[in-house]
Design a protein around this ligand. Structure first.
Ligand SMILES: Cc1cc2nc3c(=O)[nH]c(=O)nc-3n(C[C@H](O)[C@H](O)[C@H](O)COP(=O)(O)O)c2cc1C
Length: 383
């Protein structure tokens, strides 16, 4: 299962096309809208999110609430389009007024203009903007619908914002997801949530921006998804690549990740035990559910680091692309912090990779055949 997206930040609409979708998967568009709403939420978001109320519209691939096995095309309208037609489709003098020529450090602006021979940064930023991630969340709604039928749950929560850290959880995959969703920074620790909000308020007042760290987890995974035989089969590589593809994500850690580098082997790895009835069990999960490029039957746990938002209300130094004079970087309406939203996007990316891994292992023609193959596999490895 794969997706592509199209659409500019202030264009008419975002589009996602999902291919490799098994037939017979029940899809509730309201659930996709709920995920889109989670991506829009979060303390520290900019004015744009108050304008948009994202709703998905399915154009193809679904009939009577089930997938047909054909590509699923989805759109999410940009309600802001009406306010931006003079910027996105300007003529004459308006075209000059709409130009942005001061690239923002930390964004795609400068390298994108050099690469494409553009001097209007808007030609680049409209597509490089993370507004595109709404289309990813919509696309992943199809993956999540399949995973739900296969008994797999994917979730996320925020563990730090701007240096304020939540109390670590012994088992991140057992987080109280209701508590996460009731926090406007998507953090299960109420004291840390309050401190994060304060840190965001201070940053906003100072014209600053903040990054942070979040966890994505998945439960209900059988061992053996992914593969060890080729570099491209390895699920750890595919997950890291998918999460790193999200704008502003600068690090991905699987299980205990970087801490394992400083831990002796006897305490870094998870012993293998056998219990009648339960089969192979692991008393710990330092590996984050992945060994040898495959799931090992334990919950998947990964963490990702997001850099601070590049658009600053007290902009850094830049250079005007036309005059080559020193100027302040452009200001765009912007989030101060988007870590809670990025975690939802990462859930979506992880869901797409996991759905695809199931399709590779259990076939992808139709849900019934996948469930039969999964059931037979579970029965075999339980013996
Ligand atoms: C959900 C989300 C929302 C974002 N909102 C903004 C924003 O409002 N303003 C901004 O300048 N960058 C925002 N970003 C970050 C930029 O998209 C990102 O820093 C930029 O694409 C460059 O990152 P890169 O160097 O990793 O590609 C957001 C990122 C995500 C994931």
């Amino acid at each position: 299962m794969r997706y592509v997206t199209a659409g500019e930040s202030h264009g008419r609409a975002l589009v996602a096309v999902v291919t490799g979708v098994p037939a017979g998967v029940p899809v509730e568009l309201a659930r996709i809208d709920a995920d889109l709403a989670r991506r829009q939420s979060g303390y520290g978001r900019g004015g744009r999110m108050a304008i948009e109320t994202d709703r998905v519209v399915a154009l193809s691939g679904l009939r009577f609430g089930r997938t047909l096995g054909s590509p699923v095309a989805l759109t999410v309208a940009n309600r802001d389009w009406d306010n931006w037609t003079d910027v996105m489709a300007p003529e004459g003098d308006a075209a000059d007024a709409a130009r942005v020529t001061a690239p923002r450090p930390g964004h795609a602006d400068l390298a994108g203009c050099l690469k494409t021979d553009a001097s209007d940064v808007r030609d680049v930023l409209e597509r490089a903007s993370a507004r595109e991630t709404a289309a990813r969340v919509a696309a992943a709604g199809i993956a999540r619908a399949l995973l739900r039928e296969l008994g797999v749950t994917v979730g996320s929560f925020v563990v730090s914002i701007g240096g304020v850290e939540a109390e670590p959880l012994a088992d991140p995959s057992a987080v109280d997801q209701a508590a996460v969703e009731s926090s406007d920074v998507r953090c299960p620790d109420p004291a840390a949530s309050a401190a994060m909000r304060e840190r965001i308020d201070t940053a906003a007042a100072e014209g600053e921006s903040l990054g942070g760290v979040f966890v994505v987890y998945a439960r209900g995974l059988v061992p053996g998804l992914g593969g060890y035989a080729q570099a491209t089969d390895r699920l750890d590589a595919r997950l890291a690549s998918a999460v790193m593809s999200i704008p502003a994500i600068k690090g991905v850690e699987i299980g205990d990740g970087f801490a394992l580098a400083n831990t002796p082997g006897s305490r870094a790895h998870d012993p293998i035990l056998y219990e009648a009835g339960a089969g192979f069990v692991r008393p710990s999960n330092h590996a984050g559910g992945l060994e040898g490029g495959m799931t090992n039957g334990m919950p998947l746990v990964l963490r990702a680091a997001m850099k601070p938002i590049p658009t600053l209300m007290r902009p850094l130094a830049s250079v005007d692309l036309e005059t080559l004079e020193a100027v302040e970087a452009a200001r765009e309406r912007s989030d101060v912090c988007a870590v809670p939203a990025a975690a939802v996007v990462a859930e979506s990316e992880v869901a797409m990779v996991l759905a695809d891994a199931h399709c590779r292992k259990f076939g992808s023609d139709c849900l019934g055949d996948m469930l039969a193959a999964l059931g037979a596999y579970r029965a075999r490895i339980a013996r």
